[in-house]
Design a binder for this molecule. Sequence first.
Ligand code: SAH
Length: 323
Amino acid sequence: MIERLDVFMAGANAAYYATRDPFADFTTSPEISQAFGEILGLWSAVVWRQMGEVSPVVFAEAGPGRGTLMADALRAIGKMVPGFRAALRLHLIETSPRLRALQAERLDATWHDDFSGIPDGPLLLLANEFFDALPIRQFIHRDAGWTERFVQDGCFVELPAPAPSRSGAVGELVETCEPALALAAALGRRLATSGGAALLLDYGPEHSAPGDSLQAVRDGRPADPLAEPGHADLTAHVDFQALAEAARAAGAAVHGPLPQGIFLARIGLFQRTGALARGQPPARAAAMMDAAQRLAEPDRMGRLFKALALCHPALPPPAGFEA
Ligand code: SAH
């Protein structure tokens, strides 16, 4: 069997998320610190106020994993901004039946396979480490022209291809992620017509860059992305510049990308962590502070991860993105 890389990646990840516990292989920001989901929930509440406290409002998350981010967000929202808690209708985008069941233990929501199922109207959407799991294509600019990578028996093979939508010099490999661009465009259109904002947190460079970023993680360690499809989580760098352009072309205002560490510090990561740590035994308080630093320090998750906001053009720059 020979499969184009994006077809291979989509199949491998669908099998992976359907059958394995992803969080045995890797961890994510909401699993590292409860403050992450709490402050993203309050970020959403502030935008909701800027939207004129519209009710009802669709509150959505793409790829909620264990539901931890959303559970933490809703707890904070319920305490601090009960009007938003009452106005919001929770909608989750999740394809894995296994993860849907985990989410349903903690969240009262409506589930959808993709963004097209989300009902109309004003929208607030969060997505953490969702876009990096979407299937990519890889093209290589050879002397004789462009080729595209396919997967056959655990190895890459290259077939001649037309030039991809991204440019690259001879010798370079470039990646494209069509589902990510389509979702950014759909979000941009939706926000421009119905109002609201989306906050995307993921890892990747600020500007489109050539290079192979496909990676597999298994048991917390890098693995061969082509070996044993469905046994490892496959991800690639998110092209924030391309997402921003797609959303802007569809009518949305774009803010960022900002390094995650700067964004989280601006919206109160350390204040919230300090409040949580107060009164805890010293070892526990130190662990909570270290968890927050892991999310924010440049040489840990603070710089490679970025935050990008897509907004209705009439909204002010959202919290954390003010110049
Ligand atoms: N946001 C969570 C989980 C990240 S893992 C966290 O931060 O912990 C990626 C999530 O996206 C999982 O819930 C996975 O099942 C879901 N997912 C991956 N590809 C998807 C797709 N194409 N459509 C819908 N959900 C997808």
